[in-house]
Design a protein around this ligand. Structure first.
Ligand code: PMV
Ligand code: MG
Length: 358
């Protein structure tokens, strides 16, 4: 039997701006995993997941037609990951076979609690990796990232794929996304080869591993309320037109802020990193005011303000609207008083660690 795990993720900085090619984000992989098991079968295949069994299928209306929102249901990511990896395997003259695929997730609890740790990215990455083993394909990080990113594009995900990169590369990464229109146009060409597409350079894509300063400590707080990243990104995309100039400024400022933060990693400068975390928080708060989309909820504001009282640099993580906030500390600061203060505010500390794949 083949068994492959892929980690979840948390955004540290650069959210929303990272959806635009060339704008950096910092993301970490965390030590909670999705595991995919594969076993060869005859004549019929199957997909089983205990966590996804009772997930609702979301739909919306478009011109009175019922349209499924595939972006929230992990089964669609699994199917897309299988389809794309098998297309690649076929181009390498492998013959396709049947298998039973089972998903086990630590990222989604069976009672439906969501932490926002990137479960659709991790399930896509684990499925691509398991199939690469099944068809005996060499699975470099770049190959797995690109196949999983193509799977996300095919599900019409509006994300940057930073979560996919974190799940593949592990540790701390600086990420800028690829030019999605370029990738789509390559796929629309006649006789398009997925092998050629994967072996080529993708404009604007960059994934760089970062070495955190030894004394840098990441603390995660969970607000207890779930949020839909794809809905929030849709909302920002439609409302950014309200003041296009303000949004352009946000993109520029976020880029400058995250690039300085990256410099902080490269020069072991915790203070510089913390300064830019606070600046990024303010940039997101301002963008949220300009667009009217709630990113830092009252619970996230509480989470951040309490953490700041104990000398942490705090901000909402990811799309916000609930889920988690992150705090960066200098290891010399004591953390226990913060945990007690958070508890009093109904914030839960998630005892996760950054996961290094190598
Ligand atoms: O809410 P999360 O942790 O899935 O993060 C979303 C981050 C965004 O930049 C808002 C979207 C994206 O895919 O990059
Ligand atoms: Mg989220």
């Amino acid at each position: 039997m083949i068994e492959v795990s892929a980690p979840g993720k948390l955004y540290i900085a650069g959210e929303y701006a990272v959806v635009e090619p060339g704008h950096p984000a910092i993301i970490v992989a965390v030590d909670q995993f999705i595991t995919v098991s594969l076993e060869q079968t005859k004549n019929v295949g199957s997909i089983t997941s205990f966590q996804y069994g009772n997930l609702p299928i979301l739909w919306r209306r478009h011109n009175d037609q019922l349209v499924l929102d595939k972006r929230e249901n992990p089964f669609h990511y699994i199917l897309a990951a299988i389809t794309l990896t098998e297309k690649y395997a076929k181009e390498l003259n492998k013959s396709l076979a049947f298998f039973s695929l089972t998903v086990d997730s630590e990222l989604d609890s069976s009672n439906g609690r969501k932490y926002g740790l990137g479960s659709s990215a991790a399930v896509t990455v684990a499925t691509v990796k398991a199939l690469c083993q099944f068809y005996e394909l060499e699975d470099t990080d770049e190959l797995v990232f690109k196949l999983a990113a193509l799977a996300h594009l095919s599900v019409k995900s509006n994300g940057s794929c930073g979560d996919v990169a974190a799940s593949v590369y592990g540790g701390w990464i600086a990420f800028t996304t690829f030019d999605r229109e370029w990738v789509t146009s390559q796929q629309e060409k006649r006789n398009y080869s997925i092998k050629e597409l994967i072996e080529g350079d993708w404009p604007c894509l960059s994934i760089l591993s970062l070495n955190p300063p030894v004394d840098l400590r990441l603390v995660i707080g969970w607000t207890g309320s779930p949020a839909s990243t794809s809905d929030l990104v849709d909302e920002v995309t439609s409302k950014r037109r309200r003041d296009q100039q303000a949004y352009e400024q946000f993109l520029e400022d976020s880029k400058q802020c995250v690039n300085l933060m990256i410099e902080g990693f490269q020069t072991n400068d915790i203070l510089l990193i913390q300064q830019q975390i606070r600046r990024n928080r303010n940039l997101l708060v301002k963008m949220s005011q300009d667009t009217g989309v709630v990113i830092e909820t009252p619970a996230l504001t509480q989470l951040c303000n309490v953490a700041e009282q104990y000398h942490g640099a705090a901000k909402s993580s990811g799309a916000g609207g609930g889920d988690c906030g992150i705090v960066l500390f200098n290891r010399r600061e004591g953390l226990l008083p913060l945990m007690t203060a958070w508890e009093e505010e109904g914030i839960t500390n998630l005892p996760l660690h950054v996961y290094n794949t190598k």
